[in-house]
Design a protein around this ligand. Sequence first.
Ligand code: ZN
Length: 51
Amino acid sequence: MEAAARRVASCDCGQETSCYGCLRTRRNEYHHDQLSRGATLEVLCSLRDPA
Ligand SMILES: [Zn+2]
C-alpha cells in the first residue's frame, strides 16, 4: 500500500491518466481508460488516513 501510493504519487504521467509505470498492468488493461492517477491517489490517501 505504501509503495503503491509512493509510485502513483511520484509518476510523471498526467493526473487524469495513468501509465504502465504506475497504475496499468496487463491484468487491469480492461479498465485502462478509466484509470486516473489523481483519483487513485485520493482513494489511497483516504484508505491510509480514514476521515
Ligand atoms: Zn504513470
